[in-house]
Ligand binder design. Structure first.
Ligand SMILES: Nc1nc2c(c(=O)[nH]1)N[C@H]1C(S)=C(S)[C@@H](COP(=O)(O)O)O[C@H]1N2
Ligand SMILES: [Mo]
Length: 329
């Protein structure tokens, strides 16, 4: 459920949202992780176990090394594959957290193209196979903080969006980047609802889009991106609320004017253009000071404090130097 309809929101526990077999696997997997001591070695053991689950297949070539981008690796325990794929916001498939996991199979991800156009010298349409080969795929373990007050830790596979944008040679007029998601009513049953103005759109300032942390993701846990997580290619902006990270991209437009994103259009006083994670700027209907980590729900779980810029202040704080973040929320 999204905040727009959030009256009487009950946060589900993992056992509500995870089919029994996956839940069982998840428990074995956590035991294995505990046994491995959950260092980096533990993480790769987790990855191996995740891949033994139900992923849609290996990526063509995954760079063996981890990203050199400072801040790209979070040492928190990654959220289980089961939770990552059964607790989703992807309104094109429905507004309940379980809808995308049940219904996104109908999304056709081949053939797939992404067109990059606008204020660029070399507009181009890339096939998904070209995108997968455009730059070395890296693993980036990022926190994801949803504006609703929950968070996950996700081992994405992808590369910096800047690698793609450089290919089309932005002109001096490129001040912002607009992202447009797929909107195919034959494949996406949620489009029948008027909850958002489709297609789903998002936007970044040019310096945000070119920041090395901004990721074009094509996989998670070493696997091809599951459809419910935005296959075949999505945006991930780890210091902003999750809704900025648009799924199943078909168009990227470099533009002069600040784009209006779908959530801003729906509720401008609740969802601003920047939407940087900020524990000091509350949502009009709830506090953003703390968050609940999915998979940690339970009797003995404390609420975690939400971190400024979702913990990426050292990397991105300078982008907002001198800005009033209460005004530019
Ligand atoms: N196209 C599209 N992108 C989207 C959404 C959506 O409904 N449609 N939901 C957003 C929200 S609110 C969140 S929190 C993240 C969730 O990503 P995940 O399901 O992969 O964790 O996707 C974002 N991207
Ligand atoms: Mo979200």
């Amino acid at each position: 459920m999204h905040p727009l309809k959030d009256r009487g929101f009950r946060h589900p526990v993992a056992s509500d949202i995870t089919p029994r077999d996956l839940w069982q696997n998840r428990r074995q997997w956590m035991q294995a992780a505990a046994a491995a001591g959950m260092g980096l070695a533990g993480l790769s053991s987790l990855n191996a176990q995740a891949q033994a689950l139900t992923g849609p297949g290996k990526l063509p070539k995954l760079a063996a090394g981890r990203s050199g981008v400072a801040g790209a690796i979070v040492m928190d325990k990654p959220t289980s594959y089961a939770d990552l794929t059964h607790y989703n916001n992807f309104y094109e498939f429905g507004t309940d957290k379980g809808d995308p996991g049940r219904l996104a199979d109908s999304l056709q991800t081949r053939p797939w193209t992404v067109t990059i156009e606008g204020a660029v010298q070399k507009p181009r349409t890339f096939g998904i196979e070209d995108l997968l080969k455009l730059a070395p795929l890296e693993e980036r373990i990022y926190r994801l903080r949803c504006v609703e007050g929950w968070s996950m830790v996700i081992p994405w596979i992808g590369y910096s969006l800047s690698q793609l944008i450089k290919q089309v040679q932005p002109t001096g007029n490129a001040k912002y980047v607009e992202f447009v998601s797929q909107a195919n009513p034959a494949q996406m049953p949620g489009l029948r609802s008027g909850v958002l103005d489709w297609p789903y759109r998002e936007g970044l300032r040019m310096d945000e889009a070119m920041h090395p942390l901004t990721l074009l993701a094509m996989g998670l846990y070493g696997e091809v991106l599951p459809k419910q997580n935005g296959a075949p290619v999505r945006l991930v902006v780890p210091w902003k609320y999750g809704f900025k990270s648009a799924k199943s991209l078909v168009k990227i437009r470099l533009v002069e004017q600040q784009p209006v994103s779908s959530w801003t259009r729906a509720a401008p006083e609740e969802y601003g253009f920047f939407s940087n994670v900020n524990p000091h700027v509350d949502h009009p209907r709830w506090s953003q000071a703390t968050e609940r980590r999915i998979g940690e729900d339970g009797l003995f779980t404390r609420k975690r404090p939400t971190l400024m810029f979702n913990g990426y202040e050292a990397q991105v704080g300078s982008l907002y130097a001198g800005m009033d973040l209460k005004k530019y929320y």
